[in-house]
Design a protein. Structure first.
Length: 451
C-alpha cells in the first residue's frame, strides 16, 4: 500500500510539472481525456445553466400529461461530433428550434468557466449547426505551429490563432492588407514569417524599406526589386503601375469571348489565363509607410503625392493584375495627408499588434469592429508578436506569429533564391549583391551601380 501511495504521489507531481512547464504535453497525455469526460458529464447541466436549452415540444408535454408521466426536461443542443485536437476540443452542435448561433457565442465565456477550459469560441457552419472550439491551454504563450499546414497558391500560414487553428494570409481572398504596431511589438517578426512563407512560391517580391533597407535588404536574394528611400520607392511604384497596365492588355487579348472556344472561361484576371501565359504575381511589402507620406518641402510634397497616388491605383486595380499590397507602419491615419484614408479603405485585411494609443487601434478596426479595437489596446507589452487580425467582414481573431529570427528568414530566402523572377519593369531596381565582405551596399538602380 505504501508503494502504491508513493507511485500515486509521483504521478500527481509529474502531472503538475507537465501542466506547469509543458502544457502542450500535459494536454496530449492527461488533459484531453479529463476534458472529454468533463464535457460529457456536465453537458446537460451546463447547457441549462447557460440558458442554451429550449422547453420540450408540445406533443411531448401532452403525451406526458395523458400518460401521467413526469414532465420532460428542457432540451439541449444535440452533439453531432466531439473531436479532440492537439490544442483542445471541437464540439459540433445541432441547435434546437428557436435557438440561434448568437446565443452560443454570447455564452462562450460561461462555457469556458463551466467546462474548465482556457478559451471557447464558436462559429456557424450552416443553418442550425454551430462549431464550438475549446482550447485546453494558452496556445499563444509559446507558439508551436502544427507540423502539417495547408498552404496553397498565394496562401501562407503566418501565425497561430487563439483557438488553436492556423492563421493564413490568403492573397486571393484578401488581396491587400494593413499591419500596424508600435516599436518592439512584433511587427517585423510577422513580416519575416510572411516573406519566409512566400519564398518557396512562384511569386515576385518587391520591397520598400525606407529605413535604409535594414529590415528587408538581408532577404534581398529573394526580392525582385528593393527600394530604400522615397525617391527610389516612387520609381518602383511607377514601374508597378506600368506593369499593371501591360498585364491588363494581356488579359484583354486572351479573354476568350469568341464563339471559337465556347467552353472556355472568360478571363477577367491573371488566374483565368493559361499557365504558359499567366504573369507571375507580385507581392509588394511596404515597411514604415509613414516615411513615404511625410514631406518637408514642395519637392517632397510632389513626390509624396506621386507615391500615394500610385499606391491607391495599385490598391484599387492591382488585384486582377496579380499585384498585392502588404503595408506596414506604426500609425496610418488622416494626419499623413490626403489620399491616405482612401488607401486605407482599399486594404481589406487588418492586423494590429500592440499600439501606444486607442486612436492607432481605431485606424485599423474603427470602421470594422469596436470589439477588435478594445482587444488591440489590451495587448500587454511583454507579449511581443500578439496581434488582432480581422477583415472588412467584422470578424477578428487573436493571433501570434512564431518567433523567426532574421538569420532563419535569410536562410530560407537564400535557399529559394532561384525562384526569384526577373521582371523587365523592375530590372533596374534588382538589388545588387556584391558579397558578404562588403560593409555597405547601396540600393540604387542597376544602371547607376554599373556606371
Amino acid at each position: 500500500m505504501t508503494g502504491f501511495a508513493v507511485a500515486l504521489v509521483l504521478v500527481v507531481v509529474a502531472v503538475g510539472l507537465l501542466r506547469w512547464r509543458r502544457p502542450a504535453w500535459y494536454w496530449l497525455t492527461f488533459g484531453v481525456t479529463l476534458a472529454v469526460v468533463r464535457v460529457l458529464v456536465r453537458y446537460g447541466s451546463v447547457m441549462d445553466a447557460c440558458g442554451l436549452t429550449v422547453p420540450p415540444a408540445r406533443w411531448r408535454l401532452a403525451l406526458a400529461r395523458a400518460t401521467n408521466r413526469p414532465i420532460p426536461e428542457p432540451r439541449s443542443p444535440r452533439i453531432l461530433r466531439l473531436r479532440p485536437t492537439r490544442t483542445g476540443l471541437v464540439l459540433r452542435l445541432k441547435l434546437r428550434p428557436g435557438q440561434d448561433a448568437f446565443d452560443v457565442a454570447a455564452a462562450s465565456d460561461r462555457l469556458r468557466h463551466s467546462f474548465s477550459m482556457y478559451g471557447v469560441t464558436s462559429r456557424e457552419l450552416r443553418s442550425g449547426v454551430v462549431e464550438v472550439r475549446m482550447t485546453g491551454y494558452d496556445v499563444l504563450k509559446r507558439v508551436q505551429m502544427p507540423a502539417e499546414t495547408d498552404p496553397r497558391r498565394m496562401r501562407v500560414p503566418v501565425a497561430l490563432r487563439q483557438d488553436g487553428s492556423v492563421h493564413y494570409r490568403d492573397y486571393r481572398a484578401i488581396p491587400h492588407a494593413l499591419t500596424l504596431g508600435a516599436t518592439e511589438s512584433g511587427k517585423s517578426v510577422y513580416q519575416r514569417n510572411l516573406v519566409a512563407g512566400l519564398a518557396p512560391m512562384d511569386v515576385a517580391l518587391v520591397g520598400i524599406d525606407c529605413k535604409q533597407g535594414v529590415e528587408l535588404f538581408p532577404l534581398a536574394r529573394r526580392f525582385s526589386a528593393l527600394a530604400d528611400d522615397p525617391d527610389t520607392a516612387a520609381e518602383v511604384l511607377d514601374a508597378l503601375v506600368a506593369r499593371m497596365e501591360r498585364v491588363y492588355q494581356l488579359i484583354r487579348s486572351q479573354q476568350r469571348i469568341t464563339c471559337d472556344v465556347p467552353d472556355a472561361e472568360i478571363a477577367a484576371d491573371i488566374w483565368d489565363l493559361p499557365d504558359d501565359l499567366r504573369p507571375v504575381p507580385v507581392v509588394v511589402l511596404v515597411d514604415e509607410v509613414a516615411e513615404l507620406a511625410l514631406y518637408a518641402s514642395k519637392e517632397e510634397e510632389k513626390r509624396r503625392d506621386r507615391i500615394v497616388t500610385a499606391l491607391v491605383r495599385l490598391a484599387q486595380l492591382g488585384r486582377a493584375a496579380g499585384i498585392y499590397l502588404e503595408i506596414c507602419g506604426q500609425r496610418f491615419g488622416s494626419e499623413l495627408g490626403k489620399g491616405i484614408t482612401m488607401l486605407r479603405a482599399q486594404l481589406t485585411g487588418r492586423t494590429a499588434h500592440r499600439v501606444n494609443d486607442e486612436s492607432s487601434a481605431n485606424m485599423a478596426f474603427g470602421d470594422i469592429s469596436p470589439d477588435a479595437v478594445l482587444a488591440a489596446i489590451q495587448i500587454p507589452a511583454e507579449l511581443r508578436g500578439l496581434a488582432i487580425a480581422g477583415d472588412s467582414s467584422g470578424g477578428w481573431h487573436r493571433i501570434r506569429a512564431p518567433h523567426t529570427s532574421l538569420r532563419q528568414a535569410v536562410n530560407i530566402c537564400n535557399r529559394h533564391a532561384d525562384r526569384t523572377p526577373d521582371l523587365p519593369e523592375l530590372a533596374p531596381f534588382r538589388p545588387a549583391l556584391l558579397g558578404s565582405d562588403v560593409e555597405s551596399v547601396p540600393l540604387v538602380k542597376a544602371s547607376s551601380a554599373t556606371a
